[in-house]
Design a protein around this ligand. Structure first.
Ligand code: AMP
Ligand code: ZN
Length: 138
């Protein structure tokens, strides 16, 4: 499905321009227009899925398999020291474009990018209960 008012649907099908690294019938990989670091790119399915809650497991699996291949190519070319792979779902989580996308963010020593959060405390009893509930819902 293509969503009429979705910028990444348009981009997926070449209706708006992108600097594309790779494309096949199901996916497009292109550079982020406002990169966190040199080489920051996005992988999208050409079909419209809003987020991780909507994408099917098979498509998501293929997308991540592609990410591993692209990541290795990027590492070779960009000579980055590491890479963050990030995927935001919902406004609270930082999602701004509501078409599923995976960020590949090359990291370079001293690049100053900071994704850190203050570590919390785990409540083991509560987590054991939550684990049981989630297990019953997957
Ligand atoms: P997110 O905040 O996870 O939803 O990420 C959306 C990303 O899409 C941001 O990093 C934007 O810079 C990027 N972006 C938005 N429009 C375009 C575009 N036309 N071409 C490439 N990247 C884009
Ligand atoms: Zn879309």
């Amino acid at each position: 499905m293509v969503k009429d008012d979705c910028i990444f649907c348009k981009l997926a099908h070449g209706e708006i321009p992108s600097t594309t690294i790779y494309e096949d019938k199901d996916f497009r990989v292109y550079f982020d227009i406002a990169p966190a670091t040199k080489g920051h790119c996005l992988i999208i399915p050409k079909e419209h899925y809003q987020d991780v809650f909507e994408i099917d497991a098979e498509t998501a699996g293929k997308l991540f398999a592609l990410a591993t291949v692209v990541a290795r190519g990027m590492k070779k070319v960009l000579k980055c020291d590491g890479m963050n792979i990030m995927q935001n779902n919902g406004t609270i989580a930082g999602q701004t474009v509501f078409h599923f996308h995976l960020h590949l963010i090359p990291r370079y020593d001293g690049d100053g990018v900071d994704f850190h959060y203050a570590p919390g405390e785990a409540n083991m009893e509560e987590l054991a209960m939550i684990a049981k509930e989630i297990r019953a819902n997957i």
